[in-house]
Ligand binder design. Structure first.
Ligand code: PLP
Length: 393
């Protein structure tokens, strides 16, 4: 909801930040070693050394601190489109790429670009908790469509049931924050088929906005397909926050599919929406860095090790969870229906988990395992006490 009073934007808190800030207070009170903070998705592996090299090189450029053109430097946009084409089997041009201040700016600009006042934005849930804020800021109506509860894959009937003639956008996020689940090629093909039918029925395009900051964070050789490979009316929103561990540097992009029905108009609208939010241009230094590092693959071994330690702890205390294939999040199935109550109880043992209520699904708790492996190991007794409280072990 757009607030009616001038200072109303400050009222609704981000559920993740709330737990994180509680954790800071708790650490100051009882000591850091007694708190097991699984609240925040801040990458815990350093940026690759090539990033530092690229920064040092960029410092020699006397035009470094100038404004750049709003969509980003053409040479960077070309490098990104080449990488995306090779990764996803598409044929974008540099003119389809709009470089942004991270995925947040990409998603919020795409939603505003594609949604008219009163139109509907459907998010597949569990969903990133900022999507309702991004949608309402654009004057859209936020609609939740649950994935299948047993495996978090597409539930076609559920999607068909929420699509209306007012549907403008479907928001997809895989690998998923909060669950770490990955939508399979089969799910994405079924999604495309449902949307093709709906476009025909309603007589206008429905766009997928595919939020993909975790696209390169996958384990066990799991394939992470992107909707852009299967559905023409797609805008990909990417970020280097997670894959290159650069969340504070604010860099990512929107890519409009080369097969989009109104390709040039969509791009112009994304650019206009970004302008309306006052983005001007993404950080000039980071544009140069990404151009040099665009093909780097993240080393996911630390996150994979963390995931395996956490899974083995949960297995040991018999606490059920959804096995994650990507990103650095894991969804614990709460032994009671009220996730908030469960997470409150967890705090007694110093365990900081985020309840799933603001992710558009009930009954789960998110654990972000982009933390020190040693902290995860030390959390075993706390998880055991929590599991014992619910008679799980
Ligand atoms: N989308 C999802 C699903 C995320 O998890 C995040 C960050 O955690 C973002 C978007 C925002 O990322 P960025 O730092 O690139 O703005």
């Amino acid at each position: 909801m757009i607030p009616s009073d001038t200072l109303g934007w400050g009222i609704a808190r981000n559920c993740i930040r709330e737990v994180y800030e509680y954790g800071l207070r708790l650490k100051a009170e009882i000591g850091e070693d007694k708190v097991y903070d699984f609240s925040l998705g801040n990458p815990s592996v350093p940026a690759p050394p090539q990033v530092k090299e690229a920064i040092l090189k960029a410092l020699e450029d006397p035009t470094l601190h100038d404004y750049t053109v709003a969509p980003g430097r053409p040479s960077l946009r070309k490098a990104i489109s080449d990488q995306l084409n090779a990764r996803c089997g598409v044929n974008t041009e540099y003119t389809d790429i709009y470089v942004t201040c991270g995925a947040s700016a990409a998603v919020t600009s795409s939603i505003r670009a594609l949604t008219r006042i009163g139109e509907e934005v459907v998010a597949l849930a569990p969903h990133y908790p900022e999507y309702p804020v991004f949608t309402r800021t654009a004057g859209g109506k936020f609609v939740v469509c649950s994935l299948r509860r047993e495996d978090l894959q597409l539930d076609e009937a559920a999607l068909e049931a929420v699509l209306t003639e007012k549907t403008a956008v479907v928001l997809v996020n895989s690998p998923n924050n909060p669950a770490g689940s990955v939508l399979t090629e089969d799910s994405l093909k079924r999604l495309a088929a449902v949307l093709h039918k709906a476009q025909e029925r309603f007589g206008h395009p429905i766009y997928i906005v595919s939020d993909e900051p975790y696209r390169e964070l996958e384990y066990d050789g799991k394939q992470v397909p992107s909707p852009i490979s299967f559905y023409e009316n797609t805008v990909v929103c990417y970020s280097y926050s997670k894959s290159l561990s650069l969340p504070g540097e604010r860099i990512g992009y929107c890519a409009v599919s080369d097969r989009a029905a109104e390709r040039e108009k969509v791009f112009a609208s994304v650019a206009g929406a970004a302008r309306s939010y006052g983005y001007v241009n993404p950080p000039s230094l980071m544009q140069r860095v990404i151009e040099a590092c665009v093909d780097l693959k993240p080393d996911v071994s630390t996150y994979k090790e963390n995931r395996d330690i956490l899974c083995s702890i949960l297995d040991e205390v018999k606490m059920p969870y959804i096995h994650p294939d990507g990103a650095f999040y894991l969804f614990i199935r709460c032994p009671i229906p009220d996730a908030k109550e469960f997470c409150e109880h967890a705090r007694k043992y110093g365990l900081l988990l985020v309840p799933s209520n603001d992710f558009g699904i009930t009954g789960y708790a998110r654990a972000a395992y982009c933390v020190k492996g040693e902290m995860i190991r030390r959390s075993l007794p706390a998880f055991r006490s929590l599991a014992q409280e619910y008679g799980l072990c």
